[in-house]
Design a protein around this ligand. Sequence first.
Ligand code: BG6
Length: 796
Amino acid sequence: MRPGCWKMLAVAVCMVLLAGLQAQDLQGHVSVILLGATGDLAKKYLWQGLFQLYLDEVGKGYSFSFHGAALTSTKQGQEFVAKVLESLSCPEDVAPERCAELRGRFQQRSQYRRLRTSEDYMALSKDIEAQLQHEGLREAGRIFYFSVPPFAYADIARSINSSCRPGPGAWLRVVLEKPFGHDRLSAQQLATELRSFFQEEEMYRVDHYLGKQAVAQILPFRDQNRKALDGLWNRHHVERVEIIMKETVDAEGRTGFYEEYGVIRDVLQNHLTEILTLVAMELPYNVSSSEAVLRHKLQAFQALRGLHKDSAVLGQYQAYSGQVRREQQKPDSFHSLTPTFAGILVHMDNLRWEGVPFILMSGKALDERVGYVRILFRNQAYCAQTETRWVADQSQCLPRQIVFYIGHGELGSPAVLVSRNLFRPFLPSGSWKEVEDRPGLRLFGRPLSDFYAYSPVREQDAYSVLISHIFHGRKDSFITTENLLASWAFWTPLLDSLAHEAPRLYPGGAENGHLLDFEFTGTQLRFSQQQPEQLVPGPGSAPSPSDFQVLQSKYRDSPLISAWPEELIAKLADDIEATAMRAVRRFGEFHLALSGGSSPVPLFQQLATRHYGFPWAHTHLWLVDERCVPLRDPESNFQGLQAHLLQHIRVPYYNVHPMPVHLHQRLCAEEDQGAQMYASEISALVTNSSFDLVLLGMGTDGHTASLFPQSPAGLEGPQPVVLTRSPSKPHQRMSLSLPLINRARKVAILVMGRMKREITLLVSRVGHEPKKWPISGVLPSSGQLVWYMDYEAFLG
Ligand code: BG6
């Protein structure tokens, strides 16, 4: 090379170096402090994520220092961190020597220090400032990654706020790991505490599922395929959405945490709910605006319809209670109610999603590890050609689905799948590539070749993705306080209502068979198999299949059916339906007299889901008793029947027979002869005034229908329907009399809840004493009496 050239080259090199220095100067220095640097998460993911950040950003004019911190002594901590750093890997396309060199540089920028007291934080801040000064660097910002248990948050936050904030002009970002509270209240308390130390924009609450590549692709995919999806992404086309996270591992080793949280708090409240909002939210015009994304997400939360007990099915793998007993030193008699499996049915009350079921499901000890979001479209096509001639990209009769495949499972990697008969999706070719066909591989009922399938060009771990987003201030990949509280507000009422529910036990793995399959009707979810529940498992031993039984025995010499509430109601509804079918077959109609109050409500709700099988068109509905209030009054038994049953089914209106308690604009006046009118109506329509089925309850004082102790009305005598007085308000009542009830072909008495325990015991011992306990006078003269009691009422 000629001397002139050397000179030019030297100048060029100097310029590049200078540009580098200037860039560095421009962008500044970032200090990352990893708190909990010797913990599991740090070891598995966070150090690797930080290394990736370094690789991605150091060439772009930033300089970095990484401070691993923990309570561990300096020596032990240093040894631990050194070991972890040695194991860091580079992306596949980096040659081994280059990787070693880069790792070496990263190691130089990383060190361990013990951080315990606020003085330690002060010293850290001083060291950072000294380094900046020494190296002539401008501070860009500090990231504090809290990989520590939440009880440690407050002290650390206080120390950072008081003595470790960066200088003026530089940003502070604190990264927090779940759990963010246990319910709405505790989440609110934690949030308030954190807000006293940090601004909202300084906090980055991690939900690592938002960093999973397929999840992070949901919004960009919706945005980049707007044209194709605009008409499809709504209730007219989507049949259902499934958001699923199945695991094969169980909770062994972390039952301390798991006992307090359970699967709904651990996975559904956060990971699956976040995914739900990404699918359901209105797409902002500009999806790269964090502010717009977060606002739309919040709106999605507002459209979620409240959940109730029947929106959920719960399970627990059989070995779980034993693991808790061992790990938490619990006595042999201890049985946990914590669910390790949950299926939840969610609905949204907005124009786009009204009526579309969103199924959320997660569980431990299942048959496979897989996560996905599947949007299944309705199919209204009929195909004239035989199925063998259906062509994947043309036939409208093949299933149409879009799947964001989060990972694992048969496919083994993240992917976006779109049925070929939908449209050819656009995915950015720099980051997503088409998956090669794997003959024989079937997903969601179809061969892989039926889908346009894309997977990431470079698979990235969720934490690496999120660490990069933290660095770039992409707040839409994190959980804001508002978002967090909205999610807890949605889940907390359900969690409260399920707190004492016994989950269905399952053996685990492939042996689960169909035990955990569930199905929905309307807004209700239930296990498909009516598996009898476990009654009382033998102490200490893991329950075996023979421990499962529904108790069938006798109570007051009549058949007794006893089960957990859900099963009991289902059984009673089945029995009513069977009785109805028989009656309609034999007599052309079915006369059913129903009680009011709270116990029958779940039964009404259950019957309300039986639109098709139940012979409603031939069913007459009568009231066993009524409160003397207008029929539209919420206290009215008829109103309860209307709200929970009548409005959901199609019964001819002349088959509905409310009690005439409200005549001549007054309530239950003797002179109006309402009771006699009802009796005449019964005798006119019901053969022999003998109802096919009368449903009764039992009060804690032994009353039934509106026949009360120490009040002779209706206990005997010729009047089929009587006016009575109740000790509690509203005092005036109308009721079928005992003689009329006892003419029924069948009487079912439903008794539920712990409150009924005492009266259940008492009544089991008394003879025929209707004056003291009217219920003891229920004895159909030629019909059948069956008791339906839940375990709480029966066993206490
Ligand atoms: C965590 C839960 O948030 O997610 C764990 O606490 C669960 O119980 C884990 O196992 C699943 O995450 P991944 O990334 O392995 O699917």
